[in-house]
Every structure is written in structure tokens, then in C-alpha cells.
Design a protein around this ligand. Structure first.
Ligand code: T46
Length: 134
């Protein structure tokens, strides 16, 4: 359900000598072990990504630069979350339909994933998703 989706604050270390910020994600920051990392970049502002759900995959999304919207749907309710801070990540558990849109120019979406890439884990048809949830 949508209640299982969480914004997780990533600790930010602000440099006292004005050298900028450092954020770190460690073992206990997110509720899964990371098996894969990928990132979306050079995404045109009118493009949309996602448009699927996962049977088992948990993911943690971070807007490393710029901003984009994530539309989340558990088959009953929908919510939109804007990611625009490198020190805030979005935890998307399994079984949630997601669509990413409104990418600002130069935005980068970093994704930490709980599993290796497996096309079998995708539900890419919305009707099939509703059936799976139902
Ligand atoms: C998700 C959103 C946020 C790979 O070969 N390995 C990978 O690890 C991934 C993620 C993708 N691919 C291939 C599969 C497709 O041929 O790259 C191509 C584009 O993948 P897709 O259309 O699934 O890309 P997005 O941006 O729509 O979705 C991706 C993830 O697949 C998905 O899990 O939640 O980013």
C-alpha cells in the first residue's frame, strides 16, 4: 500500500570550512542490501519513465541533481511525490506502480535496487498490475 512508501532523510555533512556538502547512505540507512545501482540522466522534460511495477524489487530513488515527479499507485490510491533534494530519498517497496515525469533540465535520478536486473520481475501492463493486486 501507499503507506509503505517512505521519504528517508539522508544524513548531510555540511563542511565547516565551506567545502560544500557530503551525504552518505550506509548499511542501516535503507531497509535492504543494495545489489544494483543505476541512474537516469539527459531525460527530456516531456519524457516519462517507469510505467510499471515490480513483484519483488525494492528501490530507493534520489534526485542527485535537479528535480522530477514520481507518481505512485498501489492499485487503489495514487500520490505524487516531487524529489528535488540530494539528501532526501524515496523508498518504493515492491508492488507499487510508478511513473517518473517532469524532469528538470540536467536532473539526475540515482536508483539503489535490492535485486539485480530481471525483466521477469516487471509488470509492464497496468491492467495486469490491477489483476495482480486484486
Ligand atoms: C524503475 C525506474 C525508476 C537494464 O538492462 N538494466 C537495468 O538495470 C535497468 C534498470 C534497465 N535495463 C534496460 C531495460 C530496458 O531495455 O534498460 C532499458 C530501459 O529500461 P526501462 O524502460 O525499464 O527504464 P525506466 O526508466 O522506464 O525504468 C527504470 C527501471 O527499469 C525501473 O525498475 O523503477 O527506472
Amino acid at each position: 500500500t501507499l503507506e509503505s512508501i517512505k521519504i528517508i532523510e539522508i544524513p548531510k555533512i555540511e563542511d565547516k570550512k565551506g567545502r560544500g556538502n557530503l551525504s552518505v547512505i550506509e548499511k542501516d540507512s535503507i531497509p535492504f542490501a543494495v545489489k544494483r545501482v543505476y541512474y537516469l540522466y539527459d531525460v527530456p522534460s516531456n519524457a516519462y519513465r517507469g510505467g510499471h511495477a515490480h513483484k519483488n524489487l525494492f528501490q530507493f530513488l534520489i534526485a542527485l541533481s535537479g528535480s522530477f515527479d514520481v507518481v505512485l499507485d498501489d492499485g487503489i490510491k495514487k500520490t505524487t511525490i516531487t524529489l528535488n533534494k540530494p539528501n532526501k530519498g524515496l523508498l518504493i517497496p515492491k508492488g507499487i506502480w510508478r511513473e517518473l515525469e517532469n524532469f528538470s533540465s540536467g536532473s539526475v535520478c540515482l536508483v539503489l535496487a535490492s535485486e539485480e536486473y530481471d525483466e521477469e520481475d516487471y509488470i509492464r501492463k497496468y491492467k495486469q498490475f490491477l489483476k495482480y493486486k486484486g
